[in-house]
Design a protein around this ligand. Sequence first.
Ligand SMILES: [Zn+2]
Ligand SMILES: [Zn+2]
Length: 450
Amino acid sequence: MPQPRVSVLPAVLRLPALLLAALLAAAPASASGVAAGDLDQRIEAVLPAVTAWRRDFHQHPELGTLEVRTAAKVAAHLRGLGLEVREGLGITGVAGLLKGGRPGPRIALRADMDALPVTEATGLPFASRVRTTYRGQEVGVMHACGHDAHVAILMGVAEVLAGMRERLPGEVMFVFQPAEEGPPQPGQVVGAKAMLDEGLFADWTPEAVFGLHVWSALPAGRVGYRGGPTMASVDEWELRLRGRQTHGARPWDGVDPVTIAAQVQLALQAIVARQIDTVRSPVVLSTGQVQAGVRFNIIPDEAVMTGTLRAFDAEVRRDVIARMERTAKAIAEAAGGSAELTVNLNAPLTANAFERAQRGGAALRAALGEESVVEMPLLTIGEDFSQFSTVAPTFYWFVGSTAPGLDPRRAPMNHSPEFLLDEAALGVGLRSMLAVALEALHGEAVLRGR
Ligand SMILES: [Zn+2]
Ligand SMILES: [Zn+2]
């Protein structure tokens, strides 16, 4: 429990009253008018509620676009704080606007709310026992990516900032987004894009958008970020290879799409290995499905391959797609068949704006200590937080969630049934989000290390 000023009080009280008054007048808490000790107390005060909210959300996880209970709790909390609240954006999204008492920048803070079709195996007393049907399969539902923590942290940030609104410069939009993990059915537009399409920022445009993610590969207590590209663009591709059906005993009477698929698979890997400057910008091209035929002695009409493309540069991405199409068509046509490539961009590249990363990083180091902030490697996973960078510069960072004493490299990853969040991450997440938000509003690091 922090008692930041108690130890200096007796000495101060011994000073003559006039001198004391002069000292207090000459030394306000900081240039921004925010006392760091006051902030620390506000953070400590809200932390038990953040922990309770997180456990409650953890026990009651909801899949993407079905976050009805979660959204209702969020909306009630934001209303209770006196914010202007909008609900039902992108089906279940919630946005709350806090107006500070002084003029200043407009920023948005984002948390994702959805859980995953994963059957929890953590053994926690508040583990989820929720079950549902997902794409025809009976499954458990679990906050296996830690979005329960994101929601609770942002509710806590809203409470702290609302509690000091008179002194706050600018405006803060709290964005609680559904369906980060993707649509319930392929092709549906959900999540960040759906909220934007439905006018999240139509009448109120932020100057920057901030988000965080709890991360098993970092120990609790640490945070990590990088400038520029951070998480890959995520494409889902489908390659339809058409041949001509014939008897397996007489392949020369038809065109064999299975052999075309085999050649295309190797040629796709050769694009990455032999044609792309992967030193400048990495690319991952993976095939996840190859489907063709129904019987051992029938050469089918068609083979269908699906896979994913991950890139860290929009130009490289376009180049790889063009080469995939050219390569598949040339191979198929050489055999007398044809190829058709369809590419769906599930999430654009998540890139931190350099200036925002620099300022945000400085705020994180000031609030958490130099040694707590590490540089992240590029991650080939994706995030639909990237949609917000179509509106404003963004900064996104990771909050370590693996308990001290465990090896974060071996700890069950996000999305594992055993993903186990150390609750120290809640305090660090809260502190980091407040540090970045307050820096953006005040133009200087306000939250200082204890
Ligand atoms: Zn996830
Ligand atoms: Zn996630």
